[in-house]
Design a protein around this ligand. Structure first.
Ligand code: ZN
Ligand code: ZN
Ligand code: ZN
Length: 165
C-alpha cells in the first residue's frame, strides 16, 4: 500500500471513543483498520466511521442502517454498499441476511467467523458459534464448485417478546 493512500495514522481512535465512553470496543475498530490496510484497502475517514457505526450498533446492520448512523454528508449510500462488500471480502465483517432477504453486516460480535440467532419481533441478535462450513464446502466441492461461501441464519421469538405477547 502506498503511503499517500493513508488518510491518517494507525491506530488511535481513543479520543473519539472516550467521547462515547466505549474504550473497550476501541480495539475492535483498530483491529479492523489494521486488517483493511493489510488487505490493501484505503483507510479513509468514511470507512472508519462505518466501522465505528457497526461496533456501536451491537448487532448486524444493513447498508441503509449504517448510512443512517453516519453524520450527514459523510458519504453516499452507494459508497457504504461498496465498502461493506469490501469489508466482507477481506473478513472484517460477517455477512448475514434477514428473513426478508436484506443483507446485514456484523462487526460488534468480533472479527472472527460466526452466525446469528435473531428475534424476528424486536431484532435482538445473539452470536452463534456453530458453523458447518466444513460439511457444506465438502458438498460444494463434490459438485466441482470453488470459491465457496455460506450464509446461515437462525430466526425466532426471544423470551422478552414472548412475555409481552
Ligand atoms: Zn455477529
Ligand atoms: Zn425479541
Ligand atoms: Zn459459518
Amino acid at each position: 500500500m502506498a503511503i499517500d493512500q493513508v488518510d491518517y495514522d494507525l491506530p488511535n481512535s481513543k479520543n473519539l471513543w472516550s467521547m462515547y465512553g466505549l474504550n473497550m470496543s476501541n480495539s475492535l475498530v483498530d483491529k479492523s483498520l489494521v486488517k483493511l490496510s493489510q488487505a490493501g484497502l484505503r483507510l479513509t475517514k468514511q470507512r472508519r466511521a462505518m466501522l465505528e457505526a457497526l461496533v456501536i450498533a451491537e448487532k448486524p446492520m444493513s447498508a441503509e442502517e449504517v448510512h443512517a448512523k453516519l453524520y450527514s454528508g459523510t458519504c453516499d449510500l452507494v459508497t457504504v454498499y461498496r465498502s461493506l462488500e469490501q469489508f466482507e471480502r477481506v473478513g472484517v465483517v460477517q455477512l448475514g441476511v434477514r428473513e426478508n432477504g436484506t443483507k446485514v453486516y456484523c462487526l460488534s460480535h468480533g472479527l472472527d467467523h460466526h452466525h446469528h440467532l435473531t428475534c424476528r419481533i424486536c431484532g435482538r441478535t445473539e452470536r452463534v458459534d456453530l458453523c458447518m462450513a466444513e460439511e457444506l464446502e465438502k458438498v460444494g466441492r463434490s459438485y466441482g464448485f470453488t470459491e465457496l461461501s455460506h450464509v446461515m441464519e437462525l430466526f425466532g421469538a426471544c423470551p422478552e417478546c414472548k412475555k409481552e405477547a
